[in-house]
Design a protein around this ligand. Structure first.
Ligand code: ZN
Ligand code: ZN
Length: 317
């Protein structure tokens, strides 16, 4: 069974957990080791069970905790050669076998999982997104995207689960208090993906079979979760698609874990954290995604996790 959780997402730190039940990886570890350890515990995972950390690029919101975790739990870190070079001394002292270098565009394996790192347009040395092939499914994590290109879209297509950047609302950014050069950087081709483009991409992916979308890496200054969610929901509505009806959409938060997304064959469902680590079968609750379209879920409720009402925990939107 596949398990995906965004532990943290945003400019203050990024970390995604993915497992097939045997192999467990983190995509990025951009917070302190301590915070990542406690987030893992919240979702029923032990850092000592991790197989590897896969780094997207050298920016500190993706790498702050990699050295600590790798040393403490003796696991390898995978990154492109450009990223390793740009990281310099950041990860601290690692054993040579912990420093794994991949070639962007070439698949490699971590345990049972096949990993495909693909190049992304971002102002870093050699940044990548990742597609994972596990149990016959495809899971893709793609944030820090300056723009969407045909080749990037091809990497996202065919994914059952996607974590996609929805960084900012263009008007909020333009009207906001960021200095002009920073605005230009974010809006530029090597910056971050706006809500409108993320929405278009999400609609395209869902139309082509994607079952679960997490919108991530939201700007604290130039976005808010409701806006990111609604922008994508509007793009989906244009194609007569509605979250909760055949697919799940949720905003990955900066300071807390997303719901746990499970996938078993064709079945995808999400589970509010709080029943950490237990799939719905084990806690005897109906968690099947798509069954909850009739639970009177407003956009806001959907946003915090498309969970059946009995599973719903007290959580502000
Ligand atoms: Zn970055
Ligand atoms: Zn980032």
């Amino acid at each position: 069974m596949i398990k995906l959780v965004s532990l943290f997402s945003g400019s203050s730190g990024n970390c995604v957990f993915l497992s097939d039940g045997t192999t467990r990886v983190l995509v990025d570890a951009g917070l302190s080791g301590k915070r990542i350890e406690s987030a893992l515990a919240e979702v029923g995972e032990r850092p000592s069970d991790l197989s590897a950390i896969l780094v997207t690029h050298e920016h500190s919101d993706h790498t702050m905790g990699i050295g600590v975790l790798a040393r403490r739990y003796k696991m390898p870190i995978h990154a492109s050669s450009g990223t390793w070079e740009a990281l310099g001394k950041v990860p601290g002292k690692l054993a040579p076998e912990q420093k794994c270098i991949f070639t962007t565009g070439q698949r490699f394996r971590v345990g049972d999982v096949e990993v495909e790192p693909f190049g992304i347009p971002h102002d870093a040395a050699e940044p990548v997104g990742y597609s994972f092939y596990l149990q016959g499914r495809k899971v893709t994590v793609a944030t820090d995207l300056g723009h969407m290109s045909r080749s990037l879209l091809r990497n996202l297509e065919g994914s059952d689960l996607v974590l996609l950047e929805s960084n900012h609302d263009i008007s909020m950014l333009k009207m906001g208090r960021y200095p002009w050069p920073l605005k230009q950087r974010i809006l530029g081709d090597q910056g971050h993906l706006c809500n409108d483009m993320a929405g278009k991409v999400v609609a395209h992916l869902v139309q082509n079979g994607t079952k679960c979308v997490l919108l991530g890496h939201l700007s604290q200054e130039n976005n808010f979760p409701e806006l990111a969610w609604q922008t994508a929901a509007n793009a989906l509505a244009e194609k007569n698609l509605m979250p909760g009806e055949g697919f799940h959409m949720e905003v990955a938060r900066r300071d807390r874990t997303s719901s746990i997304v499970w996938m078993d064959g064709e079945r995808v469902w999400s589970e509010a954290v709080g029943f950490a680590g237990l799939p719905p079968e084990q806690i005897g609750l109906p968690g099947l995604m798509g069954l909850n379209g009739d639970l009177n879920q407003s956009g806001m409720e959907n946003m915090i996790g498309n969970t059946p009402s009995i599973l719903k925990v007290a959580e502000e939107p």
